[in-house]
Design a protein around this ligand. Structure first.
Ligand code: HPA
Length: 278
């Protein structure tokens, strides 16, 4: 389907009628990182299913709500539950959330996700500031008719993970109680975890973590010139790094284990965003 600017405006118009103020930052919560939503003060909650031209979450650990409110004195909009291609969505549909953020006037987007550690020096529970990604699936969320109001047909992605925001994430890491790295996110479509051979190949090619989300939202943000920070939580060692199968229970358990520290880390970054974003 070829989307028009008006298609996205319809979602934004609905949300603006409910929320009379402009959020400073949008935060997308990855699998098992939902508890951050509980830290939002004075929340206004909108169900995805009520928003015209939006999508609905089909994953159990994803709530399916847009939550507006305050975190660390900043106005935020938080997506509790995101959309993935493995749910059956086309890549082209996955532009919808970030385009809504853009139309709402947010100044930056923070994407979070759960990922498998490819880099053998990483451990479950560690956090990776994404410096770049590798996506070898042919599809792009920007395929098809280009909506010029958001950005040009051809666009640069060499600085899409905003260097100033990565530096801020490093500055906030010091007393977070988290083990923080910076590295390359290798995108796989899922929903199956990867084969050990795929992970060995990803490692040779420069990947540090493997995941099934984020790049579509990140590319959409890059297209519309939105400053972007992306943080991956290592919930497990990627396939074949250890001689044991990956289970979604371990992914959930590690996510829950670090949820408190990770929420505090995001809040600290949000509180200092003004140092980087005008
Ligand atoms: N691979 C892909 N996605 C993931 C993983 C993984 O090992 N762990 C959590 N999300």
């Amino acid at each position: 389907m070829d989307y028009t600017y008006e298609y996205f405006q319809k979602s934004a118009d609905y949300v603006k009628k409910i929320v009379p103020w402009t959020p400073d930052v949008a935060i997308v919560l990855g699998s098992c990182l939902g508890p951050f939503a509980d830290t939002i003060e004075d929340p206004i909650v909108i169900d995805y299913k009520d928003i015209p031209n939006f999508l609905v979450s089909t994953v159990k650990s994803h709530a399916g709500k847009l939550i507006f409110g305050t975190v660390a004195g900043k106005r935020v909009v938080c997506m509790s539950g995101r959309f993935h291609s493995y749910e059956g969505y086309d890549f082209e549909q996955l532009v919808i959330p970030v385009r809504l953020f853009k139309l709402l006037g947010v100044k930056a987007t923070i994407l979070t996700n759960a990922a498998g550690a490819i880099n053998p020096s990483y451990r479950p529970g560690d956090v990776m500031i994404v410096s770049d990604h590798i996506k070898f699936t042919g599809a792009s969320p920007l395929r098809g008719h280009n909506v010029e109001e958001f950005g040009p047909r051809f666009f640069d992605v060499s600085r899409m993970y905003t260097p100033e925001l990565r530096k801020l994430a490093w500055d906030c890491a010091a007393d977070s109680g988290l083990n923080v790295h910076e590295g390359v996110y290798f995108f796989f479509t899922g929903p199956q975890f990867e084969t050990p051979a795929e992970i060995r190949a990803a490692r040779l090619l420069g990947g540090d973590a493997a995941g099934m989300s984020t790049v579509t939202e990140a590319l959409t943000a890059a297209h519309c010139g939105m400053p972007l920070l992306c943080l991956s939580v290592m919930t497990n060692m990627a396939a074949g790094v250890l001689d044991q199968p990956i289970t979604s229970e371990e992914v959930d358990d590690v996510g829950k284990m670090i949820a408190g520290r990770f929420s505090a880390y995001i809040a600290k970054i949000v509180s200092r965003l003004g140092e980087v974003i005008a």
